[in-house]
Design a protein around this ligand. Structure first.
Ligand SMILES: [Mg+2]
Length: 116
């Protein structure tokens, strides 16, 4: 597969779907069954590989971190695919929620003054 540049998360999800499809991993007898639990476990395993990049170095190895972050995101895209989740929407909703939960510095004080 040639190197691809994605402009949207939807494009990333589609590319991951095509990658899995082209390798026959959606087949019932696949050696890499695309079950949600398997993919969730893979995300966790790859997240630990990110930590491994820092095992003997406070600063870590940037190439190692980049590669393992990519693995985490690709497995997350595939888990979203099999569950019918649109990552762009899910992330937008989560960012909005986080914006409410964790007000920017000064914003909380301003809002409390408006309320009083
Ligand atoms: Mg990895």
């Amino acid at each position: 597969m040639a190197e691809q540049h994605f402009k949207t998360l939807e494009e990333l999800q589609l590319a991951m779907d095509e990658f899995v499809q082209s390798r026959g991993w959606y087949a019932p007898d696949s050696e890499k069954p695309q079950e949600p639990r398997n993919l969730a476990a893979s995300i966790s395993l790859e997240a630990n590989e990110v930590l491994e990049c820092f095992q003997w170095s406070e600063r870590g190895n940037i190439n190692c971190v980049a590669a393992e972050l990519a693995d985490v995101i690709l497995y997350a895209a595939q888990l979203a695919n099999v569950l019918g989740i649109k990552l762009e929407q899910a992330i937008s909703e989560k960012l909005a929620l986080n914006d409410q939960r964790f007000p920017a510095a000064g914003e909380e004080l301003w809002e409390s003054r408006l309320a009083s």
